[in-house]
Design a protein around this ligand. Structure first.
Ligand code: DX5
Ligand code: ZN
Length: 220
């Protein structure tokens, strides 16, 4: 199963309902990048604004929290309509408890790692994780180039999940996913793909999502 999650980071934020309408029929999840200007240098939304977007979206929302103090700061998001909440391992003091808190509220609990964090860091937590996010760019900005050197991490996460029989755990990649990189990430074992600029810079965003889905599905 392939999932495509458009990121609205580079969409026209002044007309979010219009932008979301363009992709609604083609998307699996809407990827919402929350950045606090502390964990990453960029700032996108505070909680009230993020909640507004989550509550008004017709598409299920996958929240990617690039925020410091994720153990406590993620709690508010568990009371929204978001279906999946991703925290960064680097921003948690007690990742296991934080993932448990997210699951307790009926959300998918997801754990992300930055390019410099080894994949071995998440192994002991996999039983508490519904989705692993391997960043394929340095978090903070859209429109950066895909880091193919992250593919061994994707491969080893896939291998580890298979070994543990965790076939329901999604494996997401985020950053630089486009028509030329999605097959590389699929081949490495990813099944859930975030795409920001590739989708929203396209003249036909819904068509681009379908193209990405077709390219990923074609990988044997
Ligand atoms: C980067 C964000 C990404 C970003 C992806 O920190 O987490 O979700 O929006 O954008 P593209 O697809 O343009 O790399
Ligand atoms: Zn993201």
């Amino acid at each position: 199963m392939i999932r495509i999650c458009p990121s609205i980071l580079n969409a026209n934020l002044d007309d979010l309902p219009g932008e979301i309408a363009k992709i609604a029929s083609a998307s699996d999840l809407l990827h919402l990048d929350v950045m606090d200007g502390i964990f990453v240098p960029n700032f996108t939304f505070d909680f009230p604004r993020a909640r507004e977007i989550i509550e008004s979206s017709d598409i299920d929302v996958d929240v990617h929290l690039m925020i410091a103090n994720a153990d406590t700061e993620s709690l508010a998001y568990t009371d929204t309509k978001a279906v999946s909440i991703t925290v960064h391992l680097e921003a948690c003091v007690d990742p296991e408890q934080t993932l448990k808190n997210i699951r307790k509220k009926g959300k998918r609990a997801a754990l992300a790692i930055k390019p410099s964090t080894p994949v071995s860091a998440i192994q002991e937590l996999v039983d508490h994780i519904d989705m692993v996010l391997i960043m394929t760019v340095e978090p903070g900005f859209g429109g950066q180039s895909f880091m193919s050197e992250m593919m061994p991490k994707v491969q080893s996460a896939r291998h580890y999940l298979e070994q543990k029989g965790l076939s329901d755990t999604w494996l997401q990649v985020d950053g630089g996913i486009n028509e030329s990189t999605i097959s590389i990430a699929r081949k490495a074992g990813a099944d859930t793909f975030v795409a920001g600029s590739a989708v929203f810079k396209s003249e036909n965003p819904a068509g681009m999502i379908e193209t990405l889905r077709r390219l990923a599905s074609a990988v044997k």
